[in-house]
Design a protein around this ligand. Structure first.
Ligand code: UDP
Ligand code: MG
Length: 239
């Protein structure tokens, strides 16, 4: 029997314990309202604050919740990759664990996916420091110009993918900033949707300018090469 759910929601978290109870409640409300079958794939990226225990408790309460615990902190890309490879849904949605994304926006993301293979959110009225706003704007502009990809706000983690566009994509450190672009390079239909954004109430951001800038530039050079070398094919027959 095929037990693939309609929807997988993948949420990486590193030291987000105080955000998890409201996150689970908001996600559950949003997911139930879709009327679809769903699973929630939570990834603990080696947290030291009780995030893993909170995830395990949630998974113990509901068989649709998976708590994937990484051995040690491996970074957002690794946590995302682990979650994506565990996700079984026909549609895979990603968002952050810190409540900056609003699960109530889920219907808008899913509606945009009706006519696309990949949907990426655009944070409106973004609740971050001006340094972050300016550096994001520059990074998005540079990346779009170098790669020619269509993503306005790659830092918005609220995204959705039809599962087939993710199959076989290369995963690397930093890939969370390039996934929609890689899908588009392989021919995926792309759409964007404006979403709300909230300030962090608990915990701290894991990023500053320093740990994004140089890595971002190095990754950009790698992805520029990858763009020309990604295997790209459509299956015409299979029997
Ligand atoms: N995150 C993670 N592993 C890390 C760093 C971050 O799983 O090594 C998660 C984090 O818990 C959050 C998401 O990735 O759910 C985005 O991180 P953050 O909110 O710090 O980024 P920002 O919103 O400040 O760009
Ligand atoms: Mg955040």
């Amino acid at each position: 029997m095929d037990t693939r759910p309609d929807l997988s929601v993948v949420v990486p978290a590193y030291n987000e314990v105080d955000n998890l109870a409201p996150l689970f409640a908001e996600l559950r409300t949003a997911l139930e309202a879709t009327g679809r079958t769903w699973e929630l794939v939570l990834i603990d990226d080696g947290s030291t604050d009780g995030t893993a225990q909170a995830m395990q408790a949630e998974a113990a309460r509901d068989p649709r919740v998976v708590a994937l615990l990484l051995e040690k902190n491996a970074g957002q890309s690794a946590a995302l990759a682990a979650g994506l490879s565990r996700a079984r849904g026909e549609v895979v949605v990603t968002l952050d664990a810190d409540l900056q994304n609003d699960p109530a926006d889920l219907p808008r993301v899913l509606a945009a996916l009706e006519h696309a293979d990949v949907v990426s959110g655009i944070r409106t009225d973004r609740q971050d420091t001006w340094v972050r706003l300016v550096s994001s704007r520059i990074a998005n502009t540079v990346r779009r110009n170098v790669l020619g990809d269509p993503v306005t706000d790659i830092g918005c983690s609220f995204k959705a993918y039809r599962r087939e566009v993710l199959v076989g994509l290369p995963m690397f450190v930093g890939v969370h900033r390039f996934l929609p672009a890689l899908c588009v390079f392989r021919g995926a239909r792309f759409a964007e949707v404006k979403l709300s954004h909230r300030a962090r109430r608990h915990g701290v951001s894991k990023y500053g300018v320093g740990n994004r800038l140089w890595r971002g530039i190095a990754d950009l050079i790698g992805v520029q090469w990858l763009k020309t070398r990604l295997v790209k094919y459509r299956i015409r027959g299979d029997r």
